[in-house]
Design a protein around this ligand. Sequence first.
Ligand code: ADP
Length: 197
Amino acid sequence: MKVILFGPPGVGKGTQGLWLQERYGWPVLSTGDMLRGAVEEGTELGLRVKPLMDGGQLVSDEIVLGIIEERLGREDCRDGFVLDGFPRSVGQAEGLERILEAGGGSGGSDCLIVLEAGEEVLKGRIRFRSEETGGARSDDTDEVMRERLEVYARHTLPVLDFYEKRGTDIKRVECGGSVESIAEEICTWLDKKKGVG
Ligand code: ADP
């Protein structure tokens, strides 16, 4: 199954992605992790994207689509995958669906799981992560978090419209509760969908 994990910064996409990986064996493709990897390695790409990431701005569609296309072409993605933090703009969503359709396989993305939580919950979680990790992520500050939320509302939310119009299966999950209860809700829905499909 080709699953898109969708939702604002701090909602817990990464955590839920790991549950899905464990349960179904699908690799989790996080563009944020891939880009942070490039920054840590100090590659040319890393140097280019670092200022954008530090400011909470989006990296260009072209760069992100290039990374994702290469990754989706690998063997471990053949039976399914979970996308975390991608697509984050309508341009990326269009590009993704083009790549998947050109790849032969069985067409485009199968579903979108939308993780939702109020802004105060999101800010609280980012503050908590920043304290826990000793500020490991340079974008986990109150100021950059405000910007990330604005960028999400402006550029990323329209991706939902794009998939609604396409008729893609969408599951909304309220993420105020425990990690386990959220994972349970997602897996119950996916099991049902797998059974039907
Ligand atoms: P979060 O969802 O908590 O904001 P991510 O790790 O997904 O964290 O993203 C961190 C940063 O990496 C983003 O603010 C952005 O600068 C960059 N980034 C990650 N994924 C994308 C993407 N699909 N398109 C553009 N920029 C991205």
